[in-house]
Structure formats: structure tokens, C-alpha cells
Design a protein around this ligand. Sequence first.
Ligand code: CU
Ligand code: CU
Length: 346
Amino acid sequence: MRRLWESKVSRRKLLGGAAAGGAGLPVLHALIPHEGLHGGSEAVAQEDVAHAMATHRGAGHLGAVGSVDPMANGFDPHQVVRDFDEGRMVGGVRQWELVVEDKKIEVAPGVKYEAWAYNGRVPGPTLRAREGERLRVRLVNASHHPHTIHFHGIHRAAVDGVPGVGSGNVNPGEAADYEFVASPFGLHLYHCHSTPLADHISKGLYGAVVIDPKQGRPAADELVMVMNGFDTNFDRSNEVYAVNTVAFAYMDEPIRVRREQLVRIYLVNALEFDLVNSFHVHANFFDYYPTGTRLEPRDYTDTVVMGQGERGMLELRFPYTGKYMFHAHVSEFAELGWMGFFEVVD
Ligand code: CU
Ligand code: CU
């Protein structure tokens, strides 16, 4: 009873505040779908997040009021989107070191989240290699919990990064090496596989792996977009949605691309707790390569739907200059942070 009463009061208060700010819909979406879905005492945190979103959207346009400081987070979605980490070649082996740490990050203006991060960023570095290369990834655990790295790809059981097999759980203060051959070519992901699994993933321990085919791909402006979300009140449901972690980051500052330039998007769905995510681009269509494992596209479309762990490559050119939205076609996600703009320039 108490919670219901609080919810009603909260909703009225939020609606009032939102009406004054000129944006009501996102608040409704933030609050109503969650009532009755989980029985926790999440009212306060839920309200905080909804309020942050209402404030964010209250400016009368789709941009931000206030912003997330990339310096404080230590990573910037505008750099992450074009950041491909090729590691170092040592003795014919391509090598990386991923350090896991506990890190508080800001995922929307005013919304802090106690993340777990590979190399201090969420998503972790986008690892890039060529098909057939020998790879070695060292995991250093500088956090307070056991972790692993599980890579999608073809490899021996010993380096699969699951508890109880090979190096298994890597305890705080310990390290482990994962060695395998880059295969197959395509777009993959890596993530922690310690238990409880959903927690280790949703806290931020995931990233993309791009394995280029031996013959390469046509030159393009390449972008990596990891679709994710944040359960800010631990009710196993997300309150904030994004691409590359920061809600509305590309609304506030669009991703600039050139007219007629080939744009290649490496799109990964790292979302937990929601079964389906999606990507939709306005006023354009793209070639779609599921998992990037074939050289020919499977589809020509403007919307792609992905389950958990699914990923794919999108290729498109913008024929006209201007600002074009992209967002989850799951409207609730879009309103809670998962939307942005391309700005097409000559
Ligand atoms: Cu973990
Ligand atoms: Cu996986």
C-alpha cells in the first residue's frame, strides 16, 4: 500500500514538473511500465532517474539540459565511437592488456552508476585484428570480485573464460592470458562470464571484437556502436538506455559523417534484462551483414532487431546533408536515452 501511495504521489509530482518543462511522455514511460513488474523498493531511485530524464528532456528540444563530463568518466562516447584498438604486435602475436576495475561512471546527466569496467571504460576497448592472426589478451583483475573474459569466436576450451574451465575465474589481484587465433572474421563480442552472469555483464564488462577478413573490406568511415543499458536501482530492469553508455550523447553532439561517404557501423547488442533491442535510422537504408561473417549483405533495410549478444555490420551512404536521427525502435528505450543524430556534411 505504501509503495502504491508513493508511486501515485511521485507520478503526480513528476508529471507536474514535466508539464512545466514541456515534456511528459518520457516520464510516463520511465515510471508506468515498471510499476508492478518488480516488487522491490525502487521508488526513490526510479524517481531520481525519471527526474534526471525529465530535466534532460525539459528544454523544449531533444538535446540535453546539463551534460555528462567525459573527463570525469575518463571516456567520451564521441571518441569511443571511432576508437579501434589494434593492440601491439610482439613476436608475431597481437597483444592487449585489459584491466578490470570498479568505477563509478555517469550514464545520464546526474545519474551515477557503480560500474565494473575493462580499462576504465564502458564498453571496453574495441579490439581489432585480422583473420588468422595469433592473439593474446591478458586480463588483470584490479577489482574486488573474480572476473573472466569470454570471447565469442572459435577457440580451445581452456581459453573460453568460463568458471571452472582453463584459467576459470581470475581472482582480485591475479591475471590470466587468453591465447587464440582470430577466427572467424566478423563482428564479435567479449564479456565477463563469472556468475551471476547478468550482473557481471550489465555492470559494464563487455566490448566489441572486429576481426577483419584476410582480404580486408572497402574503405569506409567506421563506427562502433555498443547498445547498452543500466539498471540503476538493481531491480533487474534498466532505467537508462544508450549506445556507448551515455544516454543522449549523440543527441547533444551528433556523429558527423560526410555526404556520399561509405559509413560502416559495427553494431553490438550488449543489453541485459531486455530480450530485444533494435536500431533504426531515419531517411535512409543500409546493407546489413549479420555478425559480419559474410562478404555479401543479407538484407537492405532501415531497421534491425537484435536479441542479447547479437551483432551485425551496417553499411550506408547519406545522399543529403542535414541531421538524421537514429534510435532504438523500442520507443521506451529511445525515450530513456537510446537515440542520437548523424550530422551529414559536405
Ligand atoms: Cu565479472
Ligand atoms: Cu556472450
